[in-house]
Design a binder for this molecule. Sequence first.
Ligand SMILES: [Zn+2]
Length: 290
Amino acid sequence: MENGAKYQMNPFASSVMVGFVVALGGPVVAQALPDAAMSCAGPKVQGGFLICSLPADASTYTLVSSTGMKVEISGEHPALIPFGRNADLQVSLTVEGQPDIPPTRFTLEAGAWAIERIDGLPPSKVTPRTPEQQQKVAADWTKKQTAWSHRAPASWFADGFVEPVVASRTSGVYGSQRILNGTPRNPHLGLDFAAPTGTKIIAPATAKVVLAEPDMYFEGGLLVLDHGAGVMSVMLHLSRIDVRVGEQVEQGQTIGAVGMTGRATGPHLHWGIKVRDTYINPRLVLDFSN
Ligand SMILES: [Zn+2]
């Protein structure tokens, strides 16, 4: 079932323009982008991102961001440049191998983060204790590394996202400082949707399934979807998984069900969006899609 508003993105009509604008008729620019301009749009804030596009007939370039990201862009495939929760506020973008194109510089807005206390977790789910638990965590880690290295040759992420659980309540937001059983831990880098166990989960955007594991130590039932070029949805605590690794899923397709497997105190879907090594704010992705 198709669900939610169809995404309307015209990067060239955006209010946020950063362009590698090269004057074709100006002073000689030896290796300028032939098509003269790239435009980018997106929330310039910690946890945000830019989606950059080139005209349809452009060739392939590599964008380098001062946040440590290198990403390919072409006329066929837009690029998503992520800004992490703790990203430096001063960002510059350059085009690799094109020294004549001046960097584009801009300033990110600082994020505002909540503090969340979660008590009553079983202590072994905060820090694994036994050798068996630690071995399980290590084996899970290896499986995840394989998934993270996937790069679907597509840019489905640029067609927009819908909420993966319809009619749910947001029970956790991106960026919160978490205090688990009284101890400060890593910040929360996803969005939590509270809903009864068994509530269907739909694909938020078209994707290739790159990990489908019913029983990870922390994550419980875990699904990882590649929306193109390593822009991934990471979905935790599922009670049921309906898809297999290698399968392509369409936006709106049912892919599993909400649960409370792994480290969870109640039934909910944790949805993270991981762009190579950086988690961005799924709420900003949804807002940008509408
Ligand atoms: Zn969560």
